[in-house]
Design a protein around this ligand. Structure first.
Ligand code: PAF
Length: 283
């Protein structure tokens, strides 16, 4: 496995690979890798001849300076995991290398980019599109792999790919959970032990709301989820939205759509750490 810090060096290596007909898979990450990322890399290694993993904490997608400052950075451990997973190339550029001049492009794909995370983290998806489009131009992959944990992010990236006519297939990979149900996230490493102990309650409540939803209205199910999570000392729901899985718009009744997803963001602990998760009511 080769680690590149300069974009041009990676591009030179990929030029040779492409000349010999190799198919390229890209796994964009912000590092602090865990089993969720490993599953994306393994899938890319299976599907493609060359797998490139980018490790870059992208400043333009953070709307909170402290969140950016505290985001875990563990490049050495990340490279060890990536080598074990069979990745070929790692791109770990500096901020100056990725953004030699400020990125002034604006990406907005309403309604998918403006609701939920889009509404609560202004500029977040714009930053995600800035860096992901750059990575697509740099690597020119046949396929790119994203985890379903960031369910709305996948919808936004698909909208961008369509908008820019980018020749890349977006591969969605299932969410990976710890044994107690907590969705794997780089931010989980920031949880103190008492916070880590209560965090699995989020998915427990979401799971139990599936049964609840069978006998109750959508409005009551919404209240059940919010009240049950807020009842746990140390957890506070930022938003819970029950939306149509294609348009990401709120639905009022279970009968209103054949594809319904509940998306939640919860503040956990004193710091607090922001955790996101989702559940499919109808698929
Ligand atoms: O999902 C993430 O880790 C990031 O948003 C991504 C796609 C790597 C862009 O920085």
């Amino acid at each position: 496995m080769k680690v590149f810090y300069k974009i041009v060096d990676l591009q030179n290596a990929l030029f040779e690979d492409r000349k010999s007909g190799k198919k390229i898979g890209l796994v964009p990450t912000m590092g602090a890798l865990h089993e969720g990322h490993a599953s994306l890399v393994r899938k890319s290694v299976k599907d493609n001849d060359i797998t490139v993993v980018s490790v870059f904490v992208n400043p333009t997608q953070f709307n909170d300076k402290n969140d950016l400052k505290n985001y875990p950075r563990t490049l050495e451990a990340d490279c060890k995991l990536l080598d074990e997973c069979g990745a070929d190339y790692v791109l770990a550029p500096s901020v100056e290398e990725m953004y030699p001049t400020p990125d002034t492009r604006q990406f907005e794909y309403p309604p998918v980019s403006t609701v939920m995370e889009g509404a609560h983290r202004p500029g977040h998806f714009n930053g995600v599109c800035q860096v992901v489009s750059r990575l697509f131009y740099i690597v020119r992959p046949e396929r790119a792999y994203f985890g379903e944990k960031d369910w709305q992010q996948i919808a936004v990236i698909k909208a961008m790919v369509k908008h820019l006519h980018l020749p890349v297939e977006i591969v969605e990979c299932p969410i990976i959970r710890d044994v107690d149900g907590l969705a794997r996230s780089s931010r989980n490493t920031l949880l103190a032990p008492d916070e880590r102990a209560i965090a699995p309650r989020i998915y427990e409540v979401l799971k139990s709301s599936i049964d609840y939803s069978k006998k109750h209205s959508l409005k009551d199910t919404h209240k059940y989820v919010v009240d049950s999570i807020n009842a746990v000392d140390g957890l506070e729901v930022e938003y819970f939205a029950i939306v149509d899985g294609n348009t990401l718009q709120d639905v009022a009744e279970w009968e209103d759509s054949p594809y319904i997803v509940g998306c939640i963001t919860v503040y956990c602990g004193k710091t607090p750490i922001r955790l996101i998760d989702h559940i499919k009511y109808k698929d």
